[in-house]
Write a protein of this length. Structure first.
Length: 335
């Protein structure tokens, strides 16, 4: 997998960070690069019993030799990224594209004070929309304008292409999910930019032919935070009964839960055109699936996976069986 993009097929929280971090370690990636929106999208990584919550740094940081890059398409909050570098001892490993737009305090203030964003869209209040608006108006500050970020500035497309020319591996980690895309999602209840695989490539400065694999991640029981359409949503009492209780990494708001929506999943496959699928939270169908082979999964789990493959016409190669990065059934070499 020389160059792999990992993106979500639902409303975010599909465990993109889990699969991106797994690939970073198992495929010994030279570079892990974050694409997508910005610090409003939190990714959680559980590795060797410790939980990491990341808003800017790529989840593949658990590979100690990987270079960690943030593309020009990512919005940068200097306070957030510098805190993560310090908290996780990442000095010397992080590079930020000098062209990336900056989220300033006024963007966060505008985000929180805008009644439409706060009440109707239920924005995370991270400043994304106002910051992107300023970039469109060509008045935003860039990473190269911020003194504290100068030690980390780099040309991300140049670094990525140099590594790929040497035949080394790269993982590009998207944020949010297909159904939150401002172009293809449940508009207007979406994030402020597109979140599909093609935009992830553009965010980090790679042309389409540079991409070898696209991993589209689906959750067995999708979740969403905030308002917006959710055709298969279950009642809160039902999600409580099943023990499906989750809270957003950034907002702390409770996530709504539903059953797998095959029609919306087909749309995500059509637009992202993945080479393989990753399924997370299989333990919600087979609670004892951790450490099992595919053949050892219970009948209900295998039937679900087979239905997903048949309906979406794309092979499932990675299956999440528990919370840790290592809790993955990797079928890339056996099926």
């Amino acid at each position: 997998m020389p160059c792999t993009i990992v993106v979500g097929g639902q409303w975010g929280d599909e465990a993109k960070g889990k699969f991106a971090s797994y690939l970073a370690v198992t495929d010994n990636c030279s570079i892990c690069c974050r694409a997508g929106l910005g610090p409003g999208a939190g990714h959680t990584v559980i590795f060797q019993g410790r939980e990491y919550r990341l808003r800017q740094i790529p989840s593949g940081f658990i590979n100690p030799t990987a270079r960690l890059l943030l593309g020009a398409g990512i919005l940068i909050n200097p306070e957030v990224v510098l805190k993560e570098i310090s908290d996780y001892n990442l000095e010397g490993r992080v590079g930020i594209d000098f062209r990336a737009s900056i989220i300033e305090p006024e963007h966060i203030q505008r985000d929180k004070q805008n009644e439409h964003l706060a009440r109707v869209i239920q924005s995370t209040g991270s400043g994304h929309g106002p910051a992107l608006a300023d970039r469109a108006l060509r008045v935003s500050k860039l990473a190269k304008d911020i003194e504290q970020l100068r030690p980390y500035l780099t040309d991300v497309p140049q670094e990525l292409n140099n590594v790929l020319d040497r035949g080394e591996s790269v993982v590009i980690e998207g944020t949010n999910g297909h159904l939150l895309s401002v172009l293809y999602g449940t508009y207007p209840h979406t994030v402020a930019k597109d979140s599909t695989a093609s935009t992830a490539a553009a965010d980090v400065g790679l042309g389409p032919l540079r991409i070898d694999e696209v991993v589209l991640v689906f959750k067995t029981f999708p979740t969403r935070v905030g308002e917006g359409a959710f055709p298969t949503e279950m009642r809160e009492e039902e999600s409580d009964r099943r023990g499906f209780i989750e809270y957003g990494t950034v907002t702390g708001r409770r996530r709504r839960v539903g059953t797998f929506d095959f029609e919306l999943a087909k749309q995500a496959v059509t637009i992202n055109y993945p080479s393989l699928l990753a399924i997370s939270f299989l333990d919600r169908i087979d609670p004892d699936c951790r450490g099992k082979s595919y053949e050892e999964l219970n009948t209900q789990a295998r039937q679900f996976l087979e239905e997903v493959e048949a309906t979406l016409g794309t092979p499932i190669k990675l299956i999440g069986t528990g919370p840790d990065t290592a809790d993955i059934l990797d079928l890339r070499k056996v099926r």
